[in-house]
Ligand binder design. Structure first.
Ligand code: PLP
Length: 371
């Protein structure tokens, strides 16, 4: 239990102080950025604690409209719609968009919220092997009989730190007349030259039709999610998407945080670059120490250990050395692929990164993960 703000250095209940946090989705360190906090306080004072209403009754303030416009501009899309979370955005979109005449093709390792969103819709469901383009092509061929095809994938996968092959996915989508949907929760704000996400990184911003993402990770870390894409789609979601229609509006303080986070990112990409440099430092030092780090260039750096018990005792021992990391094992990841997931943030210092690598090396030797 944390008794301080979210950040690179935490205080924990029971007295632990100066703990270095390596397991938050706070990729850009904006969760406790002074300007983000100030923007939240100002929005709270001017617009109140909350709306006590869903958006379409009396729950839309000027700041909600401004944030939607800003999100669309950030992603270079026509329009955007806010939700209480990205889980809600994923729960709302498939059912609103797809009918029993349509098909959705989903990567087998997509986030739980995409899987649940797809469960709620009546479209024909195809699950393709993780990032396997041959399998996707085979499924797209099979799905030609349907009216509309939607390929759904995480842009960056949160357990492995790997990035969907969007160029190839978009080529296949073009060939087989499908739309592409990406979940950018682990990409928005920091992947690509200007932090726009996986579609920018891979040069397919004009080919991905729909983006869902969160305000609860890199963009200030408070809460909230959104869909951005073509205006007719956003109009449809405002009419039909159940989590949007039947759940309370985002509170003003939360809107203020996200809006300021986007301003900071649109002014400069220095924060994202700093995170990328620290990610590189961690990945190269850990690899040199003898560890296997899954994924490539992503701040999600899974230290692959295999054995579930090893991951759990090593994570515990890391905390004893002041490094907060978490072990993941089955059923969160496949059997035999247990790991400790390290997440790098722009607000880690080089010294923090080096201390983490040193602790891993000591703990890895102690438990036989390193020779
Ligand atoms: N999609 C992905 C890939 C995620 O990692 C998460 C969060 O864990 C979500 C969706 C849900 O986002 P939110 O926390 O905004 O509901």
């Amino acid at each position: 239990v944390i008794t301080s703000r979210q950040g690179p250095h935490l205080r924990l209940a029971g007295g632990g102080a100066g703990i270095i946090n390596f397991c938050a989705n706070n990729y850009l360190g904006l969760s406790s950025h002074p300007e983000v906090i100030r923007a939240a306080v100002e929005a709270l004072e001017k617009f109140g604690a909350g709306l006590s209403s869903v958006r379409f009754i009396c729950g839309t303030q000027s700041i909600h409209k401004d944030l939607e416009e800003k999100i669309a501009r950030f992603h270079q899309r026509e329009d955007a719609i806010l939700y209480a979370s990205c889980f809600d955005a994923n729960a709302g979109i498939f059912e609103a968009l797809l009918t029993p005449e349509d098909a959705v093709l989903s990567d087998e390792l997509n986030h739980a919220s995409i899987i649940d969103g797809i469960r709620l819709c009546k479209a024909n469901k195809y699950r393709y092997k993780h990032m396997d383009m041959q399998d996707l092509e085979a499924k797209l061929k099979e799905a030609q009989k349907h009216r509309l095809r939607l390929v759904a994938t995480d842009g960056a996968f949160s357990m492995d730190g790997d990035i969907a092959p969007l160029r190839e996915i978009c080529q296949l989508a073009q060939k087989y007349d499908a739309l592409v949907f990406i979940d950018e929760c682990h990409a928005t704000g920091f992947l690509g030259p200007n932090g726009r996400g996986t579609d920018e990184l891979l040069g397919v911003m004009d080919k991905v039709t729909i983006i869902n993402s969160t305000l609860g990770k890199a963009l200030g870390g408070a809460a909230g999610g959104y869909t951005t894409g073509p205006k007719p789609l956003i109009d449809l979601l405002r009419q039909r998407s159940r989590p949007y229609l039947f759940s309370n509006s985002l509170p003003p303080a939360v809107v203020g945080c996200a809006s300021k986070a986007l301003d900071l990112l649109m002014e400069s990409n220095a924060i994202a670059q700093s995170m990328a440099a620290k990610t590189q430092r961690f990945r190269s030092k850990m690899t040199a120490a003898g560890f296997t780090i899954s994924g490539k260039d992503h701040p999600i750096c899974p230290v692959m250990l295999g054995d579930a018990r090893l991951a759990s005792v090593m994570a515990e021992d890391m905390l004893n050395r002041g490094i907060y990391v978490i072990g993941f094992s089955y059923p969160v990841v496949p059997k035999g692929k247990a790991r400790i997931r390290v997440q790098i943030s722009a607000v880690h210092s080089d010294e923090d990164i080096d201390r983490c690598v040193e602790a891993f090396t000591e703990v890895g030797r102690k438990h036989g993960a390193l020779p």
